[in-house]
Design a protein around this ligand. Structure first.
Ligand code: SF4
Length: 214
């Protein structure tokens, strides 16, 4: 096996072991019972959208089928964590938001000591920035392979301008807020994200892969 392949294998083993570990141990509800990962993700996503969101958008962002999402939502509704209402703009669609109980649970789940965040808290900012950069690339690859849709990353955003910042300032630029920013401020789930078209996506990915401004 070549050194390149060995490195990738080790990285893949590490990531998969961490994901399994966090999934198995970190997401527990008040009673200490395991919380299904999809339900935990729904709680976190809804915590960022107080006005609620369409069920279809949730399914896209989680990369699960509408039927699978519907099962999760029914279970969460039965526990009193979410409220579903008919969308005022489309009577055939559901809108989902957190109940007071669900919001409290989401707040506790987002505590920095929980889940993957508990493992990251000891890292230096520069290392977190490096991780965010790699995460952008991994999400883009997952989307390219059809494993994920709807994730609202900077790299998939039409406002993202990699390496458009002015040296010696932060390297990237966000057209939405009109300000430069560095790797440590890259967003994996940004409410303001608007998907880039294919041409911009390809150009941004090529540019973002560079380690230094072109
Ligand atoms: S709008 Fe959000 S996702 Fe888009 S570039 Fe700015 S920070 Fe990144």
């Amino acid at each position: 096996m070549s050194e390149d392949l060995r490195q990738r294998e080790q990285a893949a083993i590490g990531l998969e072991q961490l994901a399994t570990l966090v999934r198995a141990q970190a997401w527990r509800n008040e009673a200490g019972a395991p919380l299904p990962p999809v339900q935990a993700q729904i709680l976190r996503m809804l915590a960022g959208t107080p006005q609620g969101t369409r069920a279809r958008q949730l399914a896209d962002r989680l990369s699960v089928s509408p039927a699978s999402l519907s099962d999760s939502l029914k279970a969460m509704e039965a526990k009193g964590w979410i409220v579903r209402t008919v969308d005022a703009d489309d009577r055939r669609a559901w809108r989902v938001r957190l109940s007071r109980t669900g919001r409290g649970l989401a707040t506790r789940l987002q505590h920095p000591a929980r889940g993957m965040a508990g493992l990251l808290k000891g890292l230096e900012n520069e290392d977190v920035g490096a991780l965010l950069r790699v995460t952008q690339l991994l999400v883009a690859e997952a989307q390219r392979q059809g494993l994920a849709t709807g994730l609202r990353t900077c790299l998939g955003c039409r406002y993202f301008q990699p390496f458009a910042g002015k040296a010696p300032g932060p390297p990237h630029f966000c057209g939405f807020i009109g300000a430069p920013f560095g790797d440590a401020a890259l967003r994996v789930d940004c409410a303001e994200q608007s998907p880039a078209d294919d041409e911009q996506l390809a150009a941004n990915q090529e540019r973002f892969r560079l380690h230094h401004p072109p």
